[in-house]
Design a protein around this ligand. Sequence first.
Ligand SMILES: [Zn+2]
Length: 478
Amino acid sequence: MTYEPVIGLEVHLHLKTQTKAFCGCSTEFGQEPNSQVCPVCLGFPGSLPVLNKTALDYGLKVALALNCQIQEYTKFDRKNYFYPDLPKNYQISQYDLPLSKNGFLEIALDGGKLKRIGIRRVHLEEDAGKLIHQEDSSLIDFNRAGIPLLEIVSEPGLNSPGEAHEYLTTLKSIIEYLYVSDCDMEKGSLRCDANISLRKTGQQDLGTKAELKNMNSFKAVKEALTFEIERQAELLNQKKTVVQETRSWDVKNLETVSMRTKEEAQDYRYFPEPDLPPFILSPDKITEIKKTIPELPRDKMLRFVKDYGLSDYDAKILVATLKDANFSEECIRLYSKNDKKPIVNWLIGPILYEANSRNCNLSDLGVAVKDLIGLVDFVERQEISYLAAKSVLSEMINIKDSPANIIQKKNLAQISDIKSLELQVGEVLKENPKSIQDYKAGKGNAIMFLVGQIMKKTGGKANPKVVQEILKRRLSNA
Ligand SMILES: [Zn+2]
């Protein structure tokens, strides 16, 4: 039997505000436990919440970027449940009148086709405290209690773990462009839960779903979904029922385990938060927020393709983060040739490699745009080899010097001088008679091996093009 997975994602984002959602406590990460608390976020009797305006603005910004309809009239509700990390015994959230509804996010499928995923709602709420479990006891830190959270709920419109991964990557990229959250899963500022059910291929009705929690990376989301598809398919094949429940991802054993049967909305006894008035969002307010939304990744990608002749693939890599996009665009604009391919190849090749291996953005490498362009020009004029240029780049990052100085200091200028190269070629041919035979027997690859030997002999300084020409001539005469 073949099944179609039906997946919906719930993403929780910490908004990057200075203070908490309903009080003036700091939101700074990593401070002394319970040092950022007050009567409001500790739920003392008689304390009153006041909504943080920046949290509301950030929430609206995300909702608009996700094409949601902003609700003119919105209110907060109490979601009641009892848990040690929840000092008030309720969480201020939004129930029937959320900030926004009915948006969508477009994700790129393999092959570049776009798929539109519905966004059911985007609403504001507050985070709970953090429990730290020890061997024989648990500790509680309330610094996190009251930090503004944005909940982004997708429709169950994703049909594979790969699509779920693409949705998360695309969403994260947009949020980073909006500059409203760190999106750091390790610090818990981006968290994701997933709903998943299976149905027979072609069937309309949804199957029974499980909710997956405690996935600490996008990779874990993908793995947990993959595991869950197999688990549910096995149950269905054996004609057993899938139980509606919440399951936790066990990262050690790579499996999901049952946590509890799923609560229904009525279990939370939602009712309107009496200490906060409803909010009316005027069209002027929405227009004002709209103006603060920058060009988003997808639009930027399309513009890079149109304006600079980049491929979709290259453009998508370069616009993944706003910092990289800005840095790349400056390099491409200032590169003087009409054909931007050489600078683009360096950006998505060696420069991105250096940034990835340092886990930083391109601009954080500390290399000036003009120096990068200078380096690419050296290669294009064939004054240094590609191999040598890569080592110059590493040196530029390490000692912050110009490419010209490094090339001179390290004596890396390319040998294009035919006379000296002829000598080197002669020696290498003498040392490798087998390769000459191979070449004559029709093995074209043998010539690349010989080029490699000469590059080695010259410490990467020989001009490979010239070497190849000499080799070809001498081998056909040999
Ligand atoms: Zn507080």
